[in-house]
Design a protein around this ligand. Structure first.
Ligand code: CA
Length: 369
């Protein structure tokens, strides 16, 4: 065992645009987590707090047992949120992100689902140690859009994974060796939506009072419009560790481009905050697509499998339309799956498909579309 010690600071804030804070956080002895709830009314708040319960329980265990139990704790949290959302109609469709870290023997053990983030600060540099489970992150991975385009994309808040959306969830896990002086930052997208990684690096490395650092980041996010709930946890590793990475930098300077960026962000946020972000932040429950089961056209909940293969398909309704009766070009399109924001839009598309079907009395050779 190395003689690592940990200290942490944290802050959560409702922001400037939301009425409730659906984020939740935990900063314990060796367990740290941020959860960002999703769902109408108070459902998001219920989801994030419920999910945190099983993570908090880890802090009562030894670091070794907590690290070993982290993945299971997140899966248990998923089940708890999912079951509760099935039981209570008012909570139907709720979900939450979860980014949790247990520090044990000089390693950070990470478990992650959703678009909250974990960063490692070392030697004045910042590195993301979690991967966003969002549609736009996927598009970046596939080379369809650039990281810059992703940052401003109107659909950047659409998640491909969240706790509570399904009965089982795929949890990202990572183990990162730590060195004395390292800092970890866990935060919700209310922070990363308005501060870029360099800015988070500058803030998180600037000073020794970790609570104050968190407050400064929250204040900056609010200065830039505070379009969403904002949550930050900063953890610092102190004492002599086993690894010999360079000592980190406490007083990193602020990014000199900050004022210009701030102006650009303020303009973007003004345009986006009250429309895109608010509306786009949904779990897959609020997405539908028209696809095919067997030879029959059907409406499913979720995203077309080609787009998001991880999300299990959920059949909502069959339509009685046979794909083989559709014009070829339309059949190809339907087999690919066409996404819709609501069930009524999906049904409207199905109605269009019905019109495209050759009438039973029509020429047996079929007609041109
Ligand atoms: Ca959020």
């Amino acid at each position: 065992m190395s003689s690592f010690e940990l200290r942490s600071g944290s802050r959560t804030d409702v922001g400037r645009a939301r009425e409730q804070n659906e984020d939740a956080m935990f900063a314990g002895l060796h367990t740290f987590a941020v959860a960002d709830g999703l769902g109408g009314h108070r459902a998001g708040e219920v989801a994030s707090n419920l999910a945190l319960e099983s993570i908090q329980a880890l802090d009562t265990l030894s670091p070794t047992r907590a690290a070993a139990g982290l993945g299971d704790a997140v899966r248990k949290a998923n089940r708890a949120v999912h079951d509760q959302s099935q039981r209570d109609p008012e909570l139907k469709g709720m979900g939450t992100t979860m980014t949790a870290v247990v520090v044990e023997s000089g390693d950070a053990h990470l478990a992650h689902v959703g678009d909250s983030r974990a960063y490692l600060l070392r030697g004045g540099r910042i590195q993301r140690i979690s991967r966003d489970h969002t549609l736009v992150a996927r598009m970046v991975d596939e080379g369809k859009i650039s990281a810059e385009e992703a940052a401003n994309h109107p659909q950047r808040s659409i998640l491909t994974r969240a706790l509570g959306a399904e009965r089982d969830v795929d949890v990202d896990a990572a183990q990162i060796p730590l060195a004395s002086g390292d800092r970890l930052v866990l935060c919700s997208d209310g922070l990363t939506g308005v501060l870029d990684d360099d800015e988070i690096c500058a803030f998180a490395g600037d000073g020794d009072d970790l609570d104050e650092i968190c407050s400064r980041m929250v204040n900056e996010a609010n200065t830039r419009g505070g379009p969403d709930n904002i949550t930050v946890v900063v953890v610092e590793v102190t004492g002599s560790g086993g690894t010999s990475a360079p000592r980190s930098r406490q007083h990193a300077r602020r990014n000199p481009r900050l004022p210009v960026r701030a102006l650009i962000w303020m303009a973007l946020i003004a345009a986006a905050a009250f429309g895109a972000i608010f509306v786009a932040r949904t779990v897959t429950n609020n997405n539908f697509y028209v696809g095919v089961t067997g030879d029959e056209v059907a409406i499913f909940r979720g995203f077309p499998p080609e787009e998001i293969p991880r999300i299990p398909l959920r059949l909502v309704e069959k339509t009685g339309i046979k794909v083989s009766e559709l014009p070829d070009w339309l059949g190809v399109k339907v087999r690919k799956g066409a996404p819709y924001k609501s069930l009524s839009e999906a049904r409207a598309y199905v109605d269009d498909l019905r019109q495209s079907k050759p009438k039973p009395s029509a020429s047996p050779t079929g007609e041109e579309p």
